[in-house]
Design a protein around this ligand. Structure first.
Ligand SMILES: [Zn+2]
Ligand SMILES: [Zn+2]
Length: 256
């Protein structure tokens, strides 16, 4: 059994065949997943999905690329949603220095507000980080995010950064890039991070693993991520599947 901790089945890319994609995921052994909403439209669509499928859970937050669009009323809305029985985390949130739609100081402000909310409602957080390793770690530490912990989603940083995040109660989640031939850092992280601190994800429709690189990603492919981790750690695939699933269920507090 596999747990895909980060999917965007609520994205337009799945409008045509969402149902079949979910069926394929189940056939591949993906028994549970978390769909991530990060703005008004995708949050509404994430909530619709969790109403429809009992094995899909939601994370809701505000994406750093769109930080400039977040209003106070959105934060109030997120607080309301935190009480929804199937909302298991807040996010994705964080810092993205690749795109320059939202200035860095605005991104940090919106990030800090969401961490404060997570501490208030006692939910773990899902961190999006692009080209902002140092600032992410600094904000998490300054805001004492370790109180709630969470996930470093699609982690692409160094082993050192991974260690700092683990010290703050965060899990390291690996996705498609760990399967890329030239991806030295994620492979090293897969080897060095203990299995009881690892999670797996697809981040679909983005970042499809080898041999689907460049194509649309889907939850069934999370199996390829688990297989790659097993190979790198030289342990059975079943163990990776079992432990990463248990990690996810513990973090999201899923009992059923
Ligand atoms: Zn992300
Ligand atoms: Zn995402």
């Amino acid at each position: 059994m596999l747990f895909d901790t980060h999917v965007h089945l609520n994205a337009d890319q799945f409008d045509e065949d969402q149902e079949e994609v979910i069926k394929r995921a189940q056939e591949a052994g993906v028994k549970e997943m978390v769909v991530v909403g990060f703005d008004e439209k995708t949050i509404h669509r994430a909530l619709a999905l969790v109403e429809r499928y009992d094995f899909i859970y939601a994370a809701v937050g505000w994406h750093p690329v769109d930080a400039i669009d977040m209003k106070d009323e959105h934060l109030v809305w997120l607080e309301e949603l935190a009480g929804h029985p199937k909302v298991v985390a807040l996010g994705e949130m964080g810092l993205d220095y690749h795109w320059d739609k939202s200035p860095k100081d605005v991104q940090k402000e919106v990030f800090r507000k969401q961490i404060a909310l997570a501490k208030k409602v006692k939910l773990p957080i899902v961190i999006h980080n692009r080209d902002a390793d140092r600032d992410i770690v600094d904000v998490l530490r300054e805001e004492d995010a370790g109180q709630v912990g969470g996930i470093m989603h699609c982690f692409g940083g160094s082993v050192e950064i991974a260690r700092e995040c683990m010290e703050m109660n965060f899990y390291i989640s690996l996705g498609g890039p760990v399967t890329f031939k030239n991806a030295k850092r994620p492979k090293l992280v897969a080897k060095e991070v203990p299995l009881d601190r690892l999670l797996i994800e697809t981040d679909c429709p983005y970042l499809a693993p080898h041999p689907y690189r460049g194509k649309r990603n889907e939850p069934a492919y999370v199996k390829l991520v688990a297989e790659q981790i097993a190979e790198l750690k030289e342990i059975p695939y079943e163990e990776v599947a079992k432990v990463t699933t248990a990690n996810a269920r513990k973090l999201f507090d899923i009992v059923r």
